[in-house]
Design a protein. Structure first.
Length: 429
């Protein structure tokens, strides 16, 4: 990338926000890769009914289980350092969940916080762990503890399963998402289908296998909301992310673990949604699953890797609506609010750069990062290591849609801060 351009990005990031560097890690020499993976079920049992997360209209507890929820973990080792990617079938990983889980992982497994990506699949079919009625608060706290314990147990099991491995990356296309920021009949912007809006259809597949070619784990990255099942669904479900992961695992006879991570999907919905038809979930999952399997069959793997990572917290000015009614009444006005701390994370595994962001990032920030990254295999992992809400790119604020009027972040900071910090970390690691 042009050096002057990158210096401009860095300068803008520093001017727009405060940067706090957390635990820098120097690159290690490439060593022989070991990898291990594990899966822990977290499906609520009898007596654990809670409202489902993701839609404010669902205040009553769930009424059954359609498919199980899991925490899936991948641990990688280059002989000097160990890193972990954890995929959780929940709506979000809150700041408190990340703080407790990352500290426990560091203390009890030796995996440093800056080398762990704890990410939510963002399914809207998992129990809510916050903002519930008082009668559900104790149950929600127990559910959160269960998820956090599963994160630890899955990493511990994956670490105990470490074995010599090879890994490689492939990317393809899957046309199962669409931009959802659409012009409404009244001239405003709202949730809909915008086929002309930006969408990234890239499906990234990272394959880990034994030297003999037996699969250990597959890491998927694709930008789409887990919202095929809409707000009238009251059954527990992993939605599209969960169904895709299960499809891949079934293909390999459940002898491996498939981890879903979400790309920059803040403005991306599935191409169609439903209220009561899980066949549509399975249909879209099959498209993603078959492309994943096809890509995995063509991956060229290598046993030599170097693992490194870093984290930073970028702080941006906050905003809130002057009129907090839902839905808002036009004209929508914003006032200043408390600053917002966004955690950005980098986990490098050889030539792969996983860029974690603690929020729902809109497409164009992810696209800009990929275009300016020095690594061709750069993939943004959103809903990772915290949850600050929607993170729009600067241009998106021109269309005041749902993602804008619920975002806690004021225009003019987040895009440059996130991209600039990640590029800087890539240079150092």
């Amino acid at each position: 990338m042009n050096v002057a351009r990158r210096m401009t990005i860095r300068a803008a990031a520093v001017c727009a926000c405060a940067l706090v560097v957390l635990w820098p890690v120097r690159p290690a020499y490439a060593g022989e890769l070991r990898a291990g993976a594990a899966r822990i079920e977290i499906t609520p049992g009898a007596g654990e009914a809670l409202p489902l997360a993701g839609y404010g209209s669902r205040v009553d507890p769930h009424k059954g289980v359609h498919d199980p929820l899991y925490v899936r973990a991948l641990v990688v080792d280059d002989g000097e350092r160990q890193g972990a990617v954890i995929s959780c079938d929940v709506l979000s990983i809150t700041e408190q969940m990340w703080q407790r889980s990352s500290a426990r992982l560091a203390r009890e497994t030796g995996i440093a916080a800056e080398l762990a990506l704890i990410a939510a699949t963002h399914t809207h079919g998992a129990p809510s762990s916050r903002r519930v009625k008082p009668e559900f608060e104790e149950r929600a706290a127990r559910w959160t503890e269960r998820v956090e314990d599963a994160i630890f147990q899955a990493v511990r099991q994956a670490k105990s399963a470490l074995q010599p491995a090879r890994f490689g990356v492939a990317k393809g296309k899957a046309f199962v998402n669409t931009n959802r920021r659409a012009r409404m009949a009244d001239g405003g912007w709202g949730l809909g289908i915008n086929l002309e809006g930006p969408s990234d259809r890239t499906l990234a597949v990272v394959k880990f296998e034994t030297p003999a070619g037996e699969p250990i784990a597959i890491l998927m990255n694709y930008p789409v909301h887990g919202t095929v099942m809409g707000p009238r669904n009251y059954q527990i479900t992993g939605d599209l992310p969960g169904a895709t992961a299960r499809y891949v695992e079934r293909h390999f006879g459940d002898k491996m673990v498939a981890l879903w991570t979400s790309g920059a999907s803040g403005d991306q919905n599935p191409i169609y949604a439903t209220q009561d038809n899980f066949e549509r979930v399975d249909a879209l999952a099959r498209i993603l699953g078959e492309e994943t399997v096809s890509l995995a069959s063509r991956v060229r793997t290598s046993p030599r890797v170097r693992i490194s990572g870093a984290q930073r917290v970028v702080t941006c000015p906050g905003q809130k609506r002057a009129d907090e009614s839902t839905p808002p009444r036009p004209p929508i006005r914003f006032v200043d609010a408390d600053p917002v701390a966004i955690r950005v994370s980098l986990l490098r595994i050889g030539h792969l750069a996983l860029a974690g962001v603690s929020g729902e990032v809109l497409t164009m920030i992810g696209e800009r990062l990929k275009a300016e990254s020095p690594f061709s295999n750069t993939y943004m992992v959103t809903h990772a290591n915290g949850a600050v809400g929607y993170i729009p790119d600067d241009a998106a604020y021109d269309q005041v849609s749902y993602e804008i009027w619920v975002s806690p972040i004021k225009r003019g900071c987040a895009e440059n801060a996130i991209v600039g910090a990640l590029l800087d970390m890539m240079d150092q690691h």
